[in-house]
Every structure is written in C-alpha cells, then in structure tokens.
Design a binder for this molecule. Structure first.
Ligand code: MEV
Length: 328
C-alpha cells in the first residue's frame, strides 16, 4: 500500500443557482454562485482494517460498513453520497484498498435549503480521500468522479452543483462540465429567502420532461431563450450591472413559471420582493421550494428583506462567490 496521511479535513461550499435552471439539463448554459456556508469532511485511518465508519450529526448518520459493501443499495440515503463517492474513488484509484477509515461530516447549512449538500459532501469526500492517499487530483478529475457519483444515485442532473462545490466562485456552466468558466467578479449582493419547503428535484425534472414530451417545440423555444438569457446575464455579472441582472431574473422567472416549477409560496415571496423595490427576483434551483433570490438597490435592501419575511420567507444572509473545495 502507498503512504497515507492519518487524518485530513476538507471543506466544500454550498451553492445557489442564479440563471438557467432546467434548460441546463437540456444542454443550455446556466450560472451558479457558491455561498460562504461550507460542508466539512474529515477522514482518518482506522485500526480496524475491514471497516468504513461514516458519521454525521445532521442528518444523523452512524454507519459501519465493509469496503465491499460501500455501493450496497441498502445504504441509508443520508450516507449514500459519502459511501458511493468512496466506492467510486477506491474502484478507480485503489481497487486493492481493504480499509479502515472513519469519515465524519459536518455542515454549516441545513440540507433542506437547497444549497447542494449532496454535491458538497461528494466533492469533499473525494478530495479528502485523495489527500489522505497523497494523490493529486485536478479539479476536473474531482468534478468528473463526483458527477459520476451523483448520476449513479440520482440518474439525472447537469452537474452544475458539483461544479460549484469543486471550482468555487461564480460559474458559467454547461452540462457534464462541457464548459466550466469562472465569471471573474466580486461578491453579488443577493437577498435570499428560504421558502420552508424542500424541493424534490427528481420529481420536478420528470415533470419538465413530461412537458417537453407534450409540447416539444414550445419547451425547446423556452430552453433556447433561457440559453440566450444566460449569455446576457453572464455579461451583466462581469459588468456588475445589477439593474439588468434583476430584469433578467424576472424574465427567467417567467420561463420557470411557464415550465410549471414555481409555487404559490415562491410567487408570493418573489412578488413581495419586487413590490418592495427589488430590481428583480426569481426562484433558485429546481423549483416549488428551496430558496428565492432577489437583487435590489442598496437603499431598498432592508425593505425587500422585510417584505420577503412578511410573505413567509426566512432570510438567509450569505456572501457569494467563495472558494471551492479546499483542505482545512
Ligand atoms: C437544480 O439544482 C438545477 C436544475 O437545473 C437541475 C440541474 O441542472 O441538474 C433544475
């Protein structure tokens, strides 16, 4: 066996989609930002050579599993991303590894927010294992293995959240990592309202797929327009033109409403933000639940936050545009 470190901690950031949701899955570009709430994975070697021990307090996980059972379909869903990330890592790089390891995860954000805890934990697990084995992986190698892990479990998805947790920053992204382009800018002053509802991404992806089947031409036109909008938004981000970005958010929200992925609660929060003076607002992510985002002139930020709260949202204060996966 190669030389190994005894203990490594790696963290990866959460994310929020800014533009292009759903069209992303059909090959159109999207834009995502990282946020300054991170998920930590600590891996240490264990005396017991046969075992991988996966532990987390929120969600509660306390699992002892043998190396050969890491990809077992009975692994509880809370531990699946860590377990399958480890399995994919060993199969690709160290097929003869017998164990043992203790993997502990800890997060600064709830998995309910839609901040991409699954991709953050997957990315961080892969980088932590690489560092433990003193193996240098490029960001693209981490992305590819983490994306494979997500697809193994969820079957569908563009990988935009995996790119965010791996590369960090604000990214212009095309499915599978065909394009991963950092948009070099400063912090984006987003106002974020949590709806209190958990988005069910696989169900929403299926609903949109059904719409695509029923109205192929109409939905394709929406996706093409979404791609055009993302290209304009990427320029506005680089120019820090918040007013145009707000307008583009409103147009993007119109597309998402047409796809049927908004909800009364999100609509109320978004309208409240706009009525209180935001340049624009939209849902972020797969839809129906999770968070909405808004941009507002500095003089209106306070009243927009108040209005979103009054509409039933919980304000989440974060910085955007932060570092990707990193060793702690
Ligand atoms: C959800 O995080 C964003 C979607 O576009 C799905 C994806 O890109 O994988 C709805």
């Amino acid at each position: 066996m190669n030389k190994m470190k005894l203990k490594v901690t790696v963290s990866a950031p959460g994310k929020l989609e800014l533009f292009g949701e759903h069209a992303l899955v059909y090959g159109q570009p999207g834009i995502v930002t990282t946020v300054d709430q991170r998920l930590f994975v600590t891996i240490q070697t264990l005396e017991d050579k046969s075992l991988v021990y996966i532990k987390s307090s929120n969600p509660k996980v306390d699992l002892r599993v043998s190396i050969k059972d890491l990809s077992n379909k009975n692994i509880p869903k809370e531990a699946k991303f860590v377990s399958l990330a480890a399995d994919n890592f060993f199969k690709k790089y160290y097929p003869n590894f017998k164990g043992g390891l203790k993997i502990t995860t800890k997060s600064q954000f709830s998995s309910k927010l839609g901040f991409g805890s699954s991709s953050a934990v997957t990315t961080a697990t892969i980088q932590a294992l690489a560092k433990l084995f003193e193996k240098d992986l490029s960001l693209k190698q981490i992305f590819d293995l983490a994306y494979k892990t997500i697809l193994d479990i969820q079957k569908k998805g563009s990988g935009v959240d995996v790119a965010a947790s791996t590369y960090g920053g604000i990214l212009y992204f095309v499915i599978g990592g065909k394009v991963i382009k950092p948009l070099k800018t400063t912090h984006l002053p987003l106002i974020i309202g949590y709806s209190g509802i958990k988005a069910d991404t696989p169900t929403l992806l299926n609903q949109v797929a059904q719409k695509m089947k029923k109205y192929p031409k109409l939905i394709k036109n929406i996706f093409n327009s979404s791609g055009d909008l993302v290209n304009l938004a990427s320029k506005s981000i680089l120019n820090k033109d918040l007013e145009t970005l707000g307008e583009l958010m409103n147009i993007n929200q119109g597309y998402l409403v047409s796809l049927g992925v908004s909800s009364q609660k999100l609509d109320n929060m978004i309208n409240a933000a706009k009525n209180a003076g935001a340049y624009g607002a939209k849902l972020s992510g797969a839809g129906v639940g999770d968070c909405m985002i808004a941009l507002a002139p500095p003089s209106k930020v306070k009243s927009v936050k108040k209005a979103v709260k009054k509409a039933g949202g919980k304000i989440i204060d974060v910085e955007t545009n932060v570092e990707g996966v990193r060793i702690e």
